[in-house]
Design a protein around this ligand. Structure first.
Ligand SMILES: [Zn+2]
Length: 144
């Protein structure tokens, strides 16, 4: 199986799980089923609210896990000196919603510059979620 096939199969599994969650949201919103007075627009509002929350929860969880993998320090991309990392909150718009990234940021006192040793799929100028596609990351962003 190619990595593309594996990725498509994983995405299909995730779709099926999320469709089940959609049914749960419907039962949560209307435990006795929606009455005949409930419009399609009402249903859509509930579904979209849930969808945006799902996007936020999933993206924040995945980017937080990536941020933890970077640890507490990273080498400066200019001089290579190990510099402590702090976390900076950054709201981003992603497809289907918004999320707040706790983005690791380093500051090199020697080079007097900030840097982002990010393995994040979401980087400045890019808002597309990358699924295990290391070829899309420039060399400095690859994990060591
Ligand atoms: Zn430096």
């Amino acid at each position: 199986m190619t990595s593309k096939e594996a990725r498509e199969r994983k995405l299909k599994e995730i779709q099926e799980i999320a469709a089940g969650w959609g049914e749960m949201i419907a039962r949560e919103a209307f435990p006795n089923g929606p009455g005949l007075d409930v419009t399609l627009a009402d249903m859509e509002e509930i579904a979209v609210t849930a969808s945006r929350a799902l996007v936020q929860g999933a993206v924040e969880s995945m980017t937080a896990t990536q941020g933890e993998q970077l640890g507490e320090s990273a080498p400066c991309p200019i001089c290579g000196k190990a510099c402590p990392l702090t976390r900076k909150s950054r709201p981003v718009t992603v497809r289907g919603g918004t999320a707040t990234l706790e983005e690791p940021m380093g500051h090199c006192p020697t080079c007097r510059r900030d840097f982002f040793p990010s393995a994040f799929g979401v980087e400045a100028g890019r808002s597309r979620i990358q699924l295990n596609d290391p070829a899309s990351h420039p060399p400095y962003h690859q994990r060591h």
